[in-house]
Write a protein that binds this ligand. Structure first.
Ligand code: GRG
Length: 325
């Protein structure tokens, strides 16, 4: 009898220990998949609501803008805006228009990048590219339209009294710098100008930091500004965004070699075909992977003094290196 009670007690203790372990795991493990699913749904809803409905003499232009934005995509930049705002105590509703503005600018850059004068690609986000579906003139205008519309949405926040004018000015200035001549457009120009040339690591970093990194960094900074980050908080977010942008681009280069065309929704092998300067071309696959890992580590350590509200940002940094699309 004593033995039975002892055994029951032992089993009970075991059960309790397992339960505690399970709770610990649950608390320690952040469910990024569900988080991204929810945020992407919220972003898609907001994008759909903001985009003008195809109507009037320019209906085809509005349709082309909608076609490219609503084709999907990972929504990485808008999710970063929301996650950064929430990491410093801000709200999703205040950050959502800026999150959409980032996606409008990003989509414009993809439409223009796919044009015959640039990368001349036929497939994007699993669909025919904008110029294949709507013709070159409409694709150029859809890109122009999205770029301008992004700033219309952002300026509208202050004009409608939904954001303090000083915050709005800071957001607009950050985005304009990141998307413009000393950011994404400058990086793209350097990339085009150096096509078919042997370039060194410094030149490659310039292209990647500007072409892809600038907008990713700005997404995180803009989230921080809207969320009311302190000076140190903003600095931490900025360092996180810069490192994340580079890790993202290196993984993009690797996926162009070892990715799955169907999962990516765009052709693979195009960097080699177009003799583009990439990390794997310059450093090889293994060293490139190592560099991506060290940028992710740098992104994570930049956030060290932020609390558990920054957990989504940490999980996104880990995801960037594991992603397959
Ligand atoms: C034309 C001004 C201008 C700029 C183009 C971003 C860009 C600059 C070109 C895209 C070329 C490219 C494939 C760069 C690699 C990194 C990158 C930006 C990939 C696409 O972004 P994802 O993976 O795309 O976030 P989704 O579709 O998921 O949004």
């Amino acid at each position: 009898m004593t033995l039975q009670i002892g055994e029951a007690n032992f089993q009970y203790q075991l059960l309790l220990q397992n339960q505690i372990k399970l709770q610990g795991l649950f608390l320690a493990g952040f469910d990024l998949k569900s988080y991204l699913k929810k945020k992407r749904m919220d972003v898609d809803k907001a994008l759909d609501a903001l985009l003008p409905n195809p109507d009037g003499l320019h209906a085809t232009l509005l349709e082309a803008m909608r076609y490219s934005v609503m084709a999907g995509g990972k929504r990485l930049r808008p999710v970063l805006v929301l996650a950064a705002a929430e990491a410093v105590g801000g709200s999703q509703s205040e950050a959502m228009p800026a999150a959409c503005a980032l996606e409008f600018i990003h989509t414009y850059s993809l439409i223009h990048d796919d044009l015959p004068a640039m990368d001349d690609d036929d497939l994007r986000r699993g669909r025919p590219t904008c110029h294949i579906a709507f013709g070159e003139a409409m694709a150029i205008l859809a890109g122009d339209g999205l770029l301008t519309f992004a700033f219309e949405v952002l300026a509208g926040m202050a004009a409608q009294g939904k954001m303090e004018p000083s915050k709005s000015a800071q957001v607009i200035s950050t985005l304009a710098k990141a998307a413009g001549i000393n950011g994404m457009v400058g990086g793209q120009a350097a990339d085009v100008l150096m096509e078919n040339m042997e370039i060194n690591a410094e030149q490659l970093s310039f292209i990647h930091e500007h072409k892809t990194g600038a907008l990713i960094k700005a997404s995180v900074e803009i989230g921080g500004i809207i969320g009311g980050a302190s000076r140190e908080g903003l600095d931490a977010l900025s360092r996180y965004g810069a490192a994340l942008g580079l890790a993202f681009q290196i993984v993009d280069d690797l996926l162009d070699i070892e990715g799955d065309e169907e999962v990516l929704g765009k052709p693979v092998g195009s960097d080699i075909e177009k003799r583009k300067a990439t990390y794997p071309a310059l450093f090889g696959m293994e060293e490139s992977r190592e560099k991506a890992r060290s940028y992710v580590d740098a992104a994570l350590s930049a956030l060290h003094f932020l609390d558990s509200k920054a957990e989504p940002l940490r999980a996104i940094a880990r995801y960037v290196i594991e992603r397959n699309r």
